[in-house]
Design a protein around this ligand. Structure first.
Ligand code: 0RA
Length: 694
């Protein structure tokens, strides 16, 4: 979730500026220029120039030239295989991470065609080297339903790879072609007899154009898991040649019903078994699974052709409209809602709901290239009527469950009214200018938010050190006493009653985003105002600090407070995270003293040992900081706060990873202890920045 500070503040296209400079150095361009001068014809030169453009500005094609781009390269390839499965020709996909850092994806589909294309090159070579060719080339051979994150296709992965090898099994033969930096090295060759059919893509990300080339197995496996939930007929496996403990197989026979159950498995009280609707109509397949639990938060995950839409769209609005309408109708009919009572809003109906909406359709349309919002108009009516009819029948047939769902909405309606008052009170006190700022905030002199930073620190003693170490002009300090409330397990009105949370809200100035789940326009309700993120109580334009920096001790309590703060920001101030305003400070764990003046600081035990072994002259003295409060102001300034010397981590948000994020929050912060213990036991050993022994 975090990247080093040297990329902070740089929007994606500036990131690719970095690449550009890097790439324009002479020797980097030379290799491709030489290839172009070889025995290529005009068409192929054009093709290579297309790939050149991808290498030149990776950000425009795969998001950025760092970790995100690297994983988009994987998604492009995987999604090709998933498209083949969607078309009904493939039921197995194997992903392998190799010791050299390369990655492969193999499917058992029909195999990419290798026959000669009219331009005298093989169809395979065209797919691998032409932007946007994907599976859509040729007459009739392409896909009706297809995903692909940016629709740019596997050629982008090829362009950004030092080398890539494609192996196709088709017509009883094994074919192979190799590419380097996107350019073919030789033709397609027959290398053996095939046992079955399929396609294997194997590539090595190119350090010449990417700043990050190490695949993160969590990201890869999370995507495989997600695809497996969405395609119950498909088995996906992950194998690591680096660490066999990482190997995992994904197959979920019960599809999105199981997904909803698994998201909710960290909550104590689910109200009923998931409700499931399925319909195929007008060349469109719609599936919906819904389950309520008694906790406060809600999760609605929407997909079209296996791609998640973090910003929702017509499928979500159709769904929310139906849910709200039918629950209101039922509550009226049964006289749970009396004549004088207000209708439930979509937010009331959302509370405690976990839902997955999965659509498969031809030619979906999106509001932008990254497919974060679906805009296909027909989808709205179809989802609305499917969910409306289905839910009405369900409520009538299951009156006990229906009653609990209505009760839930009723509680939510009341709490929302309280919360609205509380939010307004916080906002009002906040609008009293500096008088409204919390007493413990030690504010900075400058009022220019673009240069200001807020350090949120744990406890008064750390607060004292931080005040001594800060730059008074641009750095503000807010000490929190003890642990803030876990908002994952508290209702909004209670959260807003918490002193620490009130102080935080007042200091930041943006208000709170109480439409936590609502991302759709719902018929019969006021449309969302996109600029305000759909919420009159939240305004990112009022943010008082460009950087909001969480600075806690490097121990288990510090980690806990950090997690509580991140939960709060994610649930109530998500745009802050989306816009990259949230950072983690990285205070050192150790100071290594060698002689009177020589000092080194280490973040991890490994770093400490490296430093110690490099000090030859005399035995150095090693001290462990028990907390920030133990550091004196100059140590804290030098290691953690001074922008010239510190290393901050920026908290990143990638909507494509929402499922992973939801699973993580519910596991770590939800009611049940068992899923949390399991998670911790599984991952504790991966942690390197915390000293567990003290
Ligand atoms: C279009 C036509 C055909 C196969 C494919 C695309 C195809 C593409 C990919 C990409 C990864 N794995 C794939 N598997 C298949 C062939 C149509 C036919 O055989 O009739």
């Amino acid at each position: 979730m975090a990247t080093p500070e040297n990329f902070e503040d740089q929007p994606t296209d500036q990131n690719s500026e970095v690449t550009e400079e890097h790439f324009e150095s002479e020797d980097a361009t030379e290799s491709i220029a030489q290839k172009i001068e070889g025995d290529y014809n005009a068409d192929q030169i054009q093709v290579l120039e297309g790939l050149e453009a991808v290498r030149h500005r990776p950000g425009m094609y795969v998001g950025d030239n760092g970790k995100k781009g690297l994983h988009h390269m994987f998604r492009e390839v995987l999604d090709n295989g998933v498209d083949e499965a969607l078309a009904g020709h493939c039921d197995n996909i194997d992903v392998i991470l190799y010791e050299d850092g390369s990655l492969s994806v193999e499917d058992n589909g029909r195999g990419i065609p290798v026959d000669m294309h009219e331009k005298g090159v093989s169809a395979l070579q065209i797919v691998m080297t032409t932007l946007h060719a994907g599976g859509k080339f040729g007459e009739g051979g392409g896909y009706k339903v297809s995903g692909g994150l940016h629709g740019v296709g596997v050629s982008c992965t090829n362009a950004l790879s030092a080398w890539m090898e494609t192996t196709v099994q088709r017509d009883g033969k094994v074919y192979k072609q190799r590419y380097e930096q996107g350019a073919p090295v030789g033709d397609v060759k027959v290398v053996g007899k095939a046992k079955g059919t399929g396609t294997k893509q194997h590539w090595m990300p190119d350090t010449e154009v990417l700043t990050h080339v190490q695949y993160d197995t969590h990201v890869i496996k999370a995507r495989l898991r997600e695809v497996a939930y969405l395609n119950p007929q498909l088995k996906l496996t992950f194998q690591s040649k680096v660490n066999a403990d990482d190997n995992e197989e994904f197959k979920f026979d019960r599809g999105i019903v199981q997904l909803v159950e698994d998201i909710n498995s960290a909550y104590d009280n689910v109200i009923h078994k998931p409700i499931y609707f399925h319909r195929v109509r007008q060349g469109m397949e719609i599936e919906v699974a819904i389950q309520y639990q008694t906790a406060y938060n809600s999760v609605v995950l929407a997909y079209s052709n296996n791609i998640h839409q973090p910003d929702g769209g017509t499928h979500v609005s159709g769904f929310m409209t139906a849910m709200t309408r039918v629950i209101n109708q039922y509550a009226r009919k049964m006289n749970f809602l009396k004549e004088k009572d207000k209708n439930f809003s979509s937010d009331d109906v959302l509370e405690g709901m976990t839902a997955v909406i999965a659509l498969k359709l031809e030619n979906p349309s999106y509001n932008s290239q990254d497919k974060v919002k679906l805009v296909t108009p027909e989808v709205q009516g179809l989802t609305n009527s499917l969910v409306g009819d289905g839910l009405q029948t369900y409520l009538e047939e299951n009156p006990a469950v229906a009653k609990r769902i209505v009760d839930k909405a009723m509680l939510a309606q009341r709490a929302r009214e309280e919360a609205r008052k509380a939010a307004e009170a916080v906002k009002r006190s906040n609008s009293m200018d500096t008088y409204g700022l919390p007493g413990k905030l030690c504010d900075c002199v400058s009022k220019d938010p673009t240069i200001c930073e807020l350090f949120i620190v744990e406890g008064d003693s750390a607060g004292g050190s931080a005040k001594g170490a800060r730059d008074r002009i641009t750095q503000a300090v807010l000490p929190l006493r003890g642990k803030i409330l876990n908002v994952e397990r508290a209702r909004l009105d209670k959260a807003l009653d918490n002193e620490e949370i009130k102080a935080l809200i007042a200091a930041l100035g943006v208000g709170i985003d109480i439409h936590t789940g609502r991302d759709a326009d719902v018929e019969g309700e006021e449309p969302l105002d996109e600029k305000k993120n759909g919420n009159a109580n939240f305004d990112i334009g009022k943010l008082r600090y460009n950087k909001v920096i969480i600075m806690t001790d490097a121990d288990v309590d510090g980690e806990h407070i950090r997690t509580l703060l991140l939960t709060f920001f994610y649930r109530y101030m998500k745009p802050l995270v989306e816009h990259g305003h949230v950072y983690l400070a990285q205070p050192p764990l150790y100071v290594i003293k060698a002689g009177a003046n020589e000092r080194h600081y280490a973040m991890t035990t490994n770093e400490r040992d490296d430093i110690v072994s490099n000090i030859k002259k005399k035995k150095p003295e090693v001290l462990r900081f028990k907390g920030l409060g133990e550091m004196n102001a100059s140590e804290l300034e030098e290691t953690t706060m001074n922008p010239e010397k510190r290393k901050l981590l920026q908290v990143e948000y990638d909507g494509a990873r929402d499922l992973e994020i939801e699973m993580m929050f519910s596991r770590l912060m939800g009611d049940k202890v068992e899923p949390r213990r399991e998670f911790i036991e599984k991952h504790a050993r991966e942690v390197t920045n915390v000293d567990w022994h003290y």
